[in-house]
Design a protein around this ligand. Structure first.
Ligand code: ZN
Length: 135
């Protein structure tokens, strides 16, 4: 049976990563691991490790990106929580069997051999949940 292992990251939408770092890095004292441009998603991402997990700041880099639309509609704040699972395909099968609504029916191949899929927030009581299987 597929198993959830830990929280991989919590993602927050921000208007401006540099400004958000005044809080997350400078005031809280978290370390900025790296900044990354994600042209495919028209966004920029900052990672701040916390224990074995990470805070991920996501900033839109184009007004027509999905993240920009989300920001316009909902404002900055929580975007999604990502759980690491040992067998993402098995977990998607299990969720489907339990009638859970998925955004991705199959795991998507991400960078560095990661596989990911999103569960619909309607199925998760308002929270957008991402699943990760790490290589
Ligand atoms: Zn994520």
């Amino acid at each position: 049976m597929p198993k959830i292992k830990r929280i991989d990251h919590i993602a927050l939408v921000v208007e401006d990563i540099d400004e958000a770092l005044h809080f997350w890095r400078d005031a809280l004292g978290l370390e900025l691991d790296h900044l990354q441009d994600v042209p495919r998603e028209k966004s920029a991402i900052a990672f701040l490790p916390v224990g074995g997990s990470e805070i991920e700041l996501v900033q839109p880099t184009s007004p027509d990106s999905g993240i920009a639309k989300y920001l316009e509609k909902r404002g900055p704040g929580m975007h999604h929580i990502c759980l690491e699972v040992d067998d993402i395909s098995g977990m998607l099968d299990q969720l489907r069997a339990k009638g859970v609504q998925l955004i991705h029916e199959k795991a998507v191949n991400g960078e560095n051999g990661k596989k990911y899929a999103f569960i619909h927030p309607r199925a998760a009581f308002g929270a957008l949940v991402e699943l990760y299987e790490l290589p």
